[in-house]
Design a protein around this ligand. Structure first.
Ligand SMILES: O=c1nc2n(C[C@H](O)[C@H](O)[C@H](O)CO)c3cc(O)ccc3cc-2c(=O)[nH]1
Ligand SMILES: C[C@H]1O[C@@H](n2cnc3c(N)ncnc32)[C@H](O)[C@@H]1O
Ligand code: SF4
Length: 315
């Protein structure tokens, strides 16, 4: 029997690229007010074309509107509407749109099978560097999201962004905090170890995180995290097949959402699932699609979402 590696056949919908934060490593954001918002009718056209293409997950990934802005409520309504639309057309939504209030999270729980927010790194030192102009990256604010997700029983994806100026000890500390929160609430389904990868839009000129370091981080993460949490790595950011295989050997078991475009790292296109399959097969691994919610969390879903998930599981 060979080991199994999973991925989520996904398409990313972007409500808006405008963002009031300015993370130095970001290749996604546009100045507030300078990017259009997607309309439900555009989204409907896109989603209809995706039907029968084996896409299951709709990843809703957005730039952020300030919590005190008068446009915050319509932004959240748009996200809610996109999730509803995705469900109506047979997809399963996963939303990652930055920090939310408790009530906003509670609302989005009803239209998402899982949600996510990267911790990035918990060290406050980054607030003087890459996160200098990014109030959404205040560590306590992001930790609070993980606590609320636990209280609300939302299956959750989080992770670390590696190579943004943190130390190695910072990695272990952030991983230990994730492990503790999971022990309390049992809601972390996967942890992404994301190598910072420079793109052509960002302001910061720093070399990317070296893939050679990743297996070491994965191996230690595997020791620090409870066994039921899956470690996810993005294969397009570890493009050398030998390093990708080394990461898997070290304990990574999921390749995340794979779709036509990585909206966060548009300079790093994904291999097709057929090509990935070949690479993995050469080392004796299987590649299997998964849903954006792991089976042990199905019982946390409301009745309509539970039914939608079961019909995918029975395909
Ligand atoms: O294709 C991507 N999917 C990303 N995903 C989606 C992820 O790969 C999976 O699809 C989800 O974990 C659902 O299971 C994220 C999900 C999060 O909750 C937080 C961050 C990310 C980041 C990415 C990303 O950069 N690219
Ligand atoms: C959606 C997630 O994408 C990650 N992210 C943002 N910019 C980059 C980059 N240049 N390289 C890799 N990951 C990035 C952050 O961790 C964010 O939370
Ligand atoms: S990484 Fe997210 S929060 Fe930071 S500027 Fe980009 S879109 Fe905004």
């Amino acid at each position: 029997m060979s080991g199994v590696i999973t991925y989520s056949p996904a398409y990313t919908l972007v409500p808006t690229y405008e963002c009031f934060n300015r993370c130095d490593y970001c290749n996604f954001r546009v100045e507030p007010g300078k990017a259009p918002w997607i309309t439900l009718s555009t989204a409907e056209k896109i989603l209809k074309e995706l039907q029968n293409q084996n896409v299951c997950e709709i990843l809703i990934l957005s730039g952020e509107i300030h919590p005190h802005s008068s446009r915050r409520e319509s932004w959240l309504q748009l996200i809610y509407g996109l999730c509803e639309l995705a469900i109506a057309l047979g997809f399963l939504p996963h939303t990652n749109v930055g920090p939310l209030s408790f009530v906003e999270m509670q609302q989005l729980k009803t239209v998402n099978v899982s949600m996510g927010l990267m911790l990035e790194q918990l060290t406050p030192a980054l607030l003087n560097t890459v996160h200098r102009h990014a109030p959404s990256k205040i560590p306590e604010l992001r930790l609070q999201q993980l606590v609320w997700a636990g209280e609300l029983q939302i299956p959750f994806t989080t992770g670390l962004l590696l190579g943004i100026g943190e130390t190695q000890d910072d990695w272990w500390e952030t991983l230990e905090v994730i492990a503790q929160l999971h022990t309390r609430y049992g809601h972390i389904q996967e942890v992404i170890l994301q190598p910072y990868s420079p793109g052509n839009q960002q302001t910061w000129n720093a070399a990317g995180f070296k893939p050679q370091q990743l297996p070491e981080v994965i191996a230690k993460a595997r020791e620090l995290l409870p066994a039921e949490i899956t470690i996810q790595i993005p294969p397009n950011l570890v493009s050398d097949p030998n390093w990708l295989l080394a990461c898997i050997k070290a304990g990574a078991r999921d390749l995340g959402g794979i779709g036509p475009k990585d909206e966060v790292n548009p300079d790093y296109p994904h291999l097709s699932d057929a090509d990935l399959l070949q690479i993995l097969k050469s080392a004796g691994w299987q590649l299997i699609p998964r849903l954006p919610i792991y089976p042990q969390y199905d019982r946390w879903l409301s009745e309509p979402l539970y039914k939608a998930v079961q019909s995918w599981r029975n395909r």
